[in-house]
Design a binder for this molecule. Structure first.
Ligand SMILES: [Zn+2]
Length: 409
C-alpha cells in the first residue's frame, strides 16, 4: 500500500480553484452551504464514485463514502475532515484532511487490500462556524451534542437558516445515513500553529483538544469629564480593564500551561473626553487540564482582579459564559501512531490542539485521534496559509497504516 502524493496535490488543487472558492491571493473563501460549498461537495462525490465508495448524505449534509469491509456486521472506521473554510482562509485547513482521507481509500483500492470493518470517508458540514455558529455544528449534531431543529434554525448574518440553505444546495439527506456506531475515527489536519515547524518534526500526534472557558468581564468605575477631573481622584474603568488584561496575560505566561486572550473590548459611552464608567471585555482561556482552568478562573484571576479593583476603586463582575472540558484522544491510537512513526523513521511529537475540531465530538462516541502536519510560519485562517507536502505525505502514510490496523481490529 502506498499513498500517491501527486494525486493528493491534484485533488487539493481541484478543490481550491476559483470556481470552488479559491481567492486571487491564493487563499479560500468557501463558507458552509454556499454555492461554492455545493461545487466542492459535488466534486468530492464524483471522486467517491470513481473510487467505488458508495456515497450517502445525512440530514445535516455530512457526506460519507463507504468502502465495504469483509464483515458487513461491523461498524465503520471513519476517516475525514471538512471542506468549508473561513472567509479569506487557507487552502489546507480541513481540505487537506478530506484529500488525505480519500487517499487512504485510493491507496487501499490500488493495492486491492480488504479490511474487516468498512471504511467511511467523511466530509463534515460547517466545521468552521464562520457562517452558522457554533463551529462543528454537524459533527456535534450526529454525536448528540445539538438537537436537529436547533441546528436547522441557526441563521447566518443575512437571516438565512441552516436548514433552508442545506435544502437549497441539494444536500439535505436522510437521517438513516447518520452513523449508528463508529469503530474508530481518524482526522489529518494542519497544525495551524508553529510548534512542529520549530521542532523540525514531520508528524504531530495530537494528545487531545484543549478545554475552553469563555468569560465576560464587566468593569464599573465613575464617569467624569476628561478635563477637570484630576488624575489622582479618578475611578477609571478603562485603566482598570487594561490592567486586568495585562494581568491575565502575565498569569498565563508565568504558568506556561494556559493561553489567555482578550479579543473584544467595549467602553461605554466610547467618547474621547469622557472617563468611561463601564468597560466590558471578553476573555478566552484554554488549557489541557480542566481543574487548572477552574482554578485560574475561580482563584488566580479573581485575586489579581480583586487587587486591581481595590487599587483603582472600581467594581467588576466576571461571568463564565461557555465552558468546554479538554478532550483527550484515544491512547491506544496515539501510541500506535508514535510506534509507526518510529518504524518509518518519521520525526514526530505529541502536542495539544489549541483549536476545536470535529474529532473532539467524535471522541464522545468512539475512539478518535488526529494527526497534525506542520504549518509554514504557523499561519492559518489566512490566505497565505501553506503546508509542506513531504510532511503531509508522511502524515497520510501514518493515517493509512492506522486506518488499516483499526479496520482489521
Ligand atoms: Zn479545520
Amino acid at each position: 500500500m502506498q499513498i500517491n502524493l501527486e494525486r493528493m496535490q491534484r485533488r487539493l488543487a481541484a478543490l481550491t480553484t476559483p470556481a470552488l472558492g479559491g481567492t486571487p491571493a491564493g487563499g479560500m473563501t468557501r463558507l458552509a452551504l454556499t454555492d461554492t460549498d455545493r461545487e466542492a461537495r459535488d466534486l468530492f462525490i464524483t471522486w467517491l464514485r470513481e473510487e467505488r465508495l458508495e456515497p450517502r448524505v445525512d440530514d445535516f449534509g455530512n457526506i460519507y463514502g463507504r468502502r465495504a469491509g469483509t464483515d458487513p456486521t461491523l461498524p465503520p472506521v471513519f476517516v475525514g475532515s471538512h471542506l468549508d473554510t473561513v472567509p479569506g482562509g487557507g487552502r489546507f485547513d480541513g481540505i487537506v484532511g478530506v484529500v488525505a482521507a480519500l487517499e487512504v481509500a485510493s491507496a487501499l483500492n490500488e493495492a486491492g487490500t480488504q479490511t474487516r470493518h468498512p471504511l467511511d470517508i467523511v466530509n463534515w458540514t460547517n466545521e468552521e462556524g464562520a457562517r452558522f455558529t457554533p463551529a462543528m455544528l454537524a459533527s456535534g449534531a450526529v454525536t448528540g451534542v445539538f438537537a436537529r431543529e436547533w441546528v436547522y434554525a441557526r441563521t447566518d448574518r443575512h437571516g438565512l437558516t441552516f436548514g433552508d440553505e442545506l435544502a437549497r444546495i441539494g444536500y439535505l439527506g436522510e437521517e438513516a445515513a447518520r452513523p449508528s456506531a463508529i469503530a474508530a475515527s481518524l482526522e489529518l489536519h494542519i497544525e495551524q500553529g508553529p510548534i512542529l515547524e520549530a521542532g523540525g518534526e514531520s508528524v504531530g500526534i495530537v494528545e487531545g483538544v484543549v478545554g475552553i472557558r469563555w468569560c465576560t468581564v464587566t468593569v464599573c468605575g465613575q464617569s467624569a469629564h476628561a478635563g477637570p477631573t484630576p488624575m489622582a481622584v479618578r475611578h477609571d474603568a478603562m485603566v482598570a480593564a487594561a490592567r486586568m488584561i495585562v494581568a491575565a496575560r502575565d498569569l498565563a505566561r508565568a504558568r506556561g500551561d494556559i493561553n489567555a486572550t482578550v479579543g473584544n473590548l467595549i467602553p461605554e459611552p466610547g467618547v474621547i473626553n469622557v472617563i468611561p464608567p463601564t468597560v466590558t471585555f471578553s476573555l478566552d482561556l484554554r488549557g489541557r487540564i480542566d481543574a487548572t482552568l477552574e482554578a485560574v478562573v475561580a482563584k488566580d484571576l479573581r485575586s489579581r482582579f480583586d487587587a486591581i479593583a481595590r487599587e483603582e476603586g472600581i467594581a467588576y463582575e466576571l461571568i463564565v459564559d461557555w465552558s468546554v472540558p479538554p478532550t483527550p484522544f484515544a491512547s491506544v491510537i496515539k501510541d500506535r501512531a508514535e510506534a509507526l512513526c518510529r518504524e518509518r523513521g518519521y520525526t514526530a511529537r505529541r502536542l495539544w490542539a489549541g483549536a476545536g475540531h470535529d474529532s473532539q465530538y467524535l471522541a464522545r462516541v468512539t475512539q478518535a485521534a488526529m494527526i497534525f502536519t506542520p504549518t509554514i510560519g504557523g499561519l492559518s485562517h489566512c490566505e497565505t496559509e501553506d503546508a509542506p507536502w513531504p510532511d503531509i505525505a508522511k502524515g497520510t502514510d501514518i493515517m493509512l497504516a492506522l486506518a488499516v490496523e483499526l479496520a482489521n481490529g
